[in-house]
Structure formats: C-alpha cells, structure tokens
Design a binder for this molecule. Structure first.
Ligand code: SFD
Ligand code: AMP
Length: 610
C-alpha cells in the first residue's frame, strides 16, 4: 500500500480534544511536567465537539465558595433525575472539583454574566450559570494547546492498540488524517478517550435536507464507546439513551427559557397538561413522580402522552416573558451563542416569540454520558470514597489497563455537562500520570503486524470502492459496496423501529429488540463491503462503524434491563413498570473483541450520600 505511516511515541495520548480532552491535556501537563502529551483530534480543537458552536450556560457549577451548593447536593440532584441510578462516587468526585475548572475558564477569558446585586455568577437555575459563550471552545482549546507537546488535528482515530507484552493493557491508537490520507500510529503508555457521545444512531426528526441538524452535534459519532468496546472494556447503562424536549426544527435547548425566562408549556388548547398524567405516571414509577425537581424523563413522559392523546403540539409560552426587553434579548442571544439554527428557523418560519408561542418537540434519542443520562464505560472511582466494587486501580480507568475516560465516555456520571466533562478530563489525566509513573521502566510492546493489520483494515473501504466502482457506469448503487450514507440510513431505521425511536413513540419490547439485534449483526457483516470514494467518505465509513458498535451496545443493554426505568426516554412494552425490586442496579456489558459475543451482568448501586 502506498500510504505513508507517521509514528508518534508519547506517554499520554488524548483521543478527542473536546471538553474532556482539553481538560485532560491541561491537567496532564500540571502533574506530568516531563511527560510527552499528545492530542489526536478528528476535527480541529478550536471548534470541535459538542461545544463547537458555543454555549450560553455552564450547566454544572456548585458555587461552594458562596455556600450555594455542595457536592452532596449535586449527587442527590443527579440521582433523583436518573431515577435513582448513578455512580455516586464518580458524581461526588466531579462535583467537588468542578468549581475550580469553572474559575479557570474565567481566568482564561471566558465572559461570565454577573448578578448586579451580589456580584456573583448570574444563576440561570440552581446548577446553571450564564455565560457569553460563543468562544467557549477556542478558549479551552488554547489552554490545551499551551499544555500539550503536540496536537494532531484532522485525525480520525479508528482503533486502540493493545500491548503485546501484557494482557488487557492499552498501548496507543491508530487512525488516519482526513486531509492528507496518512496513516497515524500513536504508541502511548496511557490513553484518555474523550471522543464524545452519539447522534444519528436513531433516525432523526430532521431528515433529507435537514439531516445535518440534530440537538447533539451531528459529528458526535459514538467513537468514545466504539473505541472502548473494540478494546474489550466493560460498559454501563448503555440503555439509558436521552430524549430531549426541544424547540421544533432547530432543536434549540429549553433550559434558559424554563429556568431564566420562566416560560412554561401548554398544550395546543392552551391548557397545562403535566398534572393530567400524574396518576398514569404514578402507576408506572410509583413515588418517583413526587420527587422534586421532576425527573427529566418524567417531564418528557407527560409530553409524549399528551401529544399521543391528540392535544399536540405542545407550545412554550414565550409571549409573556418576551414583553420584557431584557428577557427578549436573552431569549434570542441564547440561540445566537449556542444553536444559531433555532434563530434561523424562527426567522424563516415567521415566528417571533414575542407574538407567537413556538412549538416544542421531543427529539430522537441520543447516547451520551454527560447530560441527563449516563451511558458510557465502567470506570474505576477515586480511592478515598469508592466502594471496592467500583475501585480497581486508578480514577476514571476503564477495565482495560492504562485506558482512561472523560466526559461522555464515562458511564454513571449524569449532569456533568461541559464543565463537569472538562473536570473529568482533569481527574482522568491526573490518574494517568500516576499510572505512568507507577509503570517505571516497563515497556509497552506493539508489533509491526498489529500495526499493519490495522492499516489494511482502515483503508479497506477505499479499496472496496476502487474495485467495485468499475462495475457501474453511473449512480450510487453498486452490487459490490454500500456507501456510508446508505449504511447510516439503514442503521437509523433499524434503531428507530426496533430499539425505541421516534416513529414508534419510543416503544420497544424483547421481540423487537431480538430482531433489531439480528439486523444490526447482519449490518456488521455487510460493513466489510462498505465503499469510500475519498478521504471524507472514509471518515464517514469509520464514523458509521463506531455508530454501529454503539448501537449494538444500546440494543443489548435495552434487552437486558427488563423494566421501564425511564418513561419518556423509552418504554419496554413487555415490562411497562419501574421495578426497584429487581432492577435497582446498574447494568454492565462486555463485548468479547475476538468473538463479538456480549456478556451482560448487574452491578450494585451504592448510595454513598444520604
Ligand atoms: O443547553 C474524535 N451541552 C451543554 N453543556 C453545558 O454545560 N451547558 C449547556 O448549555 C449545554 N447544552 C448543550 C450541550 C451540547 C450541545 C451540542 C448543545 C447544547 C446544542 C453538553 C456539553 O457540550 C457536553 O456535555 C460536553 O461537550 C461533553 O464533553 P466530551 O469531551 O465528552 O465531548 P465533546 O466536547 O463533544 O468532545 C469530543 C471530541 O472528540 C472528537 N472526536 N477525535 C478523534 N478520533 C475520533 N474518532 C473522534 N470522535 C470524536 C470530537 O471532534 C470532539 O472534539 S444544553 O442543551 O444543555
Ligand atoms: P436543556 O436546555 O434542556 O438542555 O437544560 C439545561 C439545563 O436546565 C439542564 O441542567 C436541565 O436539567 C435544566 N432544565 C431544563 N428544563 C428544566 C425544567 N423544566 N426544570 C428544571 N430544570 C430544567
């Protein structure tokens, strides 16, 4: 193969320079002054990941300096929102460190809104503070740039390398440069995977010309999960996908509206509807419906039921708040700094929220570990507070030695958001430095064979295309290969129809899941025949593979948990109730990297906070 191979040997490799990855690079330098720290990023860290467009709020800030909240309070909040099931040790650990990360952001130039009365950060809600955050990402990227020895932008990491001198130990990663086509080999003693969550595994509401618009970034391709899965790391709570109430068509977030503008929802006939579904919800989940604040999934549940009862669409009542010129400005700026498309949709559809209450919708499901859900890898917790079953070495280390995670990659840590993900990156990198120091002179060993095998696999889609292309004279349908867009639409359809997407109102059951898993397995076989006409399509091909692995994991976990724990996120039609007796637990899986077989188990939920 005439493709150039570029080698890089380092101590710590950070895969993905988003919120978790930039935090990891920053902290790795602090503890590892003499270590070689490298970032490999699919896009360009200045504008990559979920925060690429900016954010208007930092959703996780304790305010402990002013006694606003303490870490214990945050654990209670996240646990309540996730219907009882989080990794409380990891949540506490993030919460006790998150304020210091936020203070760094201010030091680095991120403009915060301040309360005129108190001079403190302006609160949007109990946990959220407001920022002028269009440049949030370049600001944290700058800190990473000042810390890392080298940043490789435009590298799509496809696989992790494994050490051949010791079982179950990571040894780096491989990928390709989406612009030059070079093959990149990173040999590293420790790897922090912070490659983000997944959009576009379920069919989105926006299809065709609108398919580039989703709530979570369309370029979030589940790499954080797929890389871990391919290396045989255990995963947790992958069934816990998230559905979000969002402004229709632009997917604009609602938090600033509910919390700061104090807008509220009503059905198409101008009526409040959440209380209508109180008894129905209570019958499904019991006293969880009485918890305050109402868990996000249960708010969705009332929304979904009301629309199914024929009283949609649901509107956000903005007409009152927008009479105040200051709130009107905040309402628009919120989108101009975070989700420009929502402002554009309103302009194009003649919606001025001052005079018209805009429609809301419930989104297609996403897989992520940092918002109001906690899918991700099963990671070791901090030594000082984790129970034995949650602690096997280094903080945020997965079940593969030397492999760490941050942000969406880590399971069990809901409500971390941007600031908490950055904080987790810091915690992971601090532990990774310790891990490397403990290794002393022990060497990792990666054979040329391992590297060359990956090289062949990575470029195979281009080979498939080059050969198969000769069989057709025009068009995109070939008997020999499947294009990435065709594969993506097939994946989204399977996930949508069988695993609880929008077209079935988030409903699934054991039979649907079993068939869905079969169809995903067939797709895995067909993936051998994917064709990529250029480097961009090669990236799309590998994104699809990562999405497929993530989807298989979601489907397996959804089948395993025989209850409906989070109505409003998804429903198991064959087990329509929350079942605390049997399922007040975390779910774990491991995909055998050799056979592709899945092994499922339960893990206890330890409540370390009252
Ligand atoms: O309003 C590879 N988020 C919000 N967080 C907040 O704090 N406040 C908000 O206001 C938030 N809202 C919000 C949010 C996200 C989005 C898209 C919108 C609105 C519209 C959530 C946070 O953004 C999120 O929690 C963190 O960003 C998660 O951090 P992390 O590090 O887990 O993921 P990332 O930032 O997306 O970074 C991933 C990086 O990996 C790269 N990458 N690199 C190499 N090889 C591969 N194979 C790769 N695959 C991916 C990516 O390019 C990226 O750089 S609101 O809705 O609540
Ligand atoms: P969102 O914009 O929906 O992503 O939410 C941003 C933040 O506001 C998150 O911390 C949410 O949990 C919180 N939030 C959104 N809507 C509500 C609501 N109706 N009640 C309480 N918190 C909310």
């Amino acid at each position: 193969m005439g493709i150039k191979t570029v080698y890089e040997d380092c101590d710590i490799l950070v895969v993905g320079g988003g919120m978790g990855g930039t935090g990891a690079a920053y902290e790795a330098r602090y503890w590892g002054r003499d270590l070689k720290i490298v970032i490999a990023e699919k896009a360009n860290i200045d504008r990559s990941g979920a925060v690429a467009q900016g954010l208007y709020a930092i959703n996780c800030y304790m305010g402990t300096q002013w006694d606003e909240n303490n870490p214990e309070d945050h654990v209670r909040y996240a646990r309540n929102d996730l219907m009882g099931l989080v990794r409380e040790d990891l949540a506490f650990d993030m919460a006790r460190h998150v304020d210091s990360a936020v203070h760094k952001f201010e030091e680095w130039g991120l403009p915060f809104m301040k309360s005129a009365e108190t001079g403190r950060y302006l609160r949007e809600g109990k946990w959220q503070i407001m920022i002028h955050g269009e440049s949030y990402k370049p600001i944290v990227a700058n800190a990473a740039r000042n810390s890392a020895d080298k940043i490789y932008n435009r590298i799509m990491v496809t696989h992790l390398l494994m050490d051949e001198s010791k079982d179950n130990r990571v040894a780096g990663a491989v990928g390709f440069n989406c612009r030059t086509g070079d093959f990149h080999v990173f040999r590293a003693k420790a790897v922090v995977v912070a490659a983000g969550g997944a959009s576009h595994i379920f069919k989105p509401r926006s299809v065709g010309e609108g398919m580039g618009r989703t709530w979570y970034a369309p370029w979030s391709s589940g790499s954080a999960y797929a890389l871990a899965l391919q290396a045989g790391a255990k995963m947790t709570q992958m069934e816990n996908r998230i559905v979000l109430a969002r402004f229709k068509d632009g997917y604009g977030p609602v938090g600033a509206y509910f919390l700061h503008l104090k807008t509220y929802t009503q059905n198409a006939y101008g009526n409040e509807y959440e209380t209508t579904w109180y008894e129905d919800t209570k019958a499904m989940v019991g006293e969880y419906i009485d918890h305050q604040p109402t868990p996000t999934c249960l708010r969705n549940h009332a929304f979904v039921k009301e629309v199914a009862a024929g009283r949609g669409p649901i509107h956000m009542v903005t007409k009152e708040a927008f009479q105040d010129p200051h709130l009107e400005e905040v309402g628009w700026e919120n989108f101009l700094g975070m989700t420009v498309s929502q402002a554009v949709v309103w302009a194009s559809q003649d919606i001025d929220p001052k005079y018209i209450n805009p429609e809301l919708t419930t989104s297609e499901p996403y897989v992520m570990g940092s918002h109001a859900t906690c899918s991700g890898a099963w990671c070791s917790g901090p030594e000082d507070l984790s129970p034995d079953e949650y602690q096997w070495g280094y903080n945020r280390m997965m079940t593969v030695d030397g492999l760490f995670g941050a942000g969406d990659a880590v399971g069990g840590t809901a409500h971390a958001f941007s600031s908490g993900s950055f904080t987790e990156g810091r915690l992971a990198a601090k532990a990774a430095v310790k891990y490397i120091k403990d290794l002393r002179n022990e060497k990792i060993n990666v054979s040329d064979k391992q590297i060359n095998d990956f090289k062949e696999t990575v470029y195979q889609p281009m080979e498939n295309y080059a050969i198969g292309r000769n069989e057709i004279v025009g068009g995109t349908v070939s008997p020999s290969y499947l294009l990435p867009i065709q594969g993506l639409q097939r994946l989204e359809k399977v996930m949508d129809e069988y695993v609880g997407g929008i077209s079935v109102n988030y409903m699934t059951n054991d039979k649907l899941l079993e068939r869905g898993i079969e169809l995903l397995d067939i797709m895995e076989e067909d993936f051998e025949h994917i064709g990529a006409e250029d480097l961009h399509q090669l990236m799309r091909a590998w994104e699809l593979k990562h999405r497929l692995l993530t989807s298989q994991s979601v489907a397996q976990h959804t089948l395993f948990r025989e209850e409906t724990r989070w109505p409003g996120y998804y429903y198991r039609g064959d087990h329509m109730k929350l079942d605390d007796e049997n399922w007040h637990c975390l779910t774990l899986s491991r995909r055998d990297p050799e056979s592709g077989e899945w092994a499922m188990e339960k893990a206890p939920v330890y409540h370390i906070v009252d």
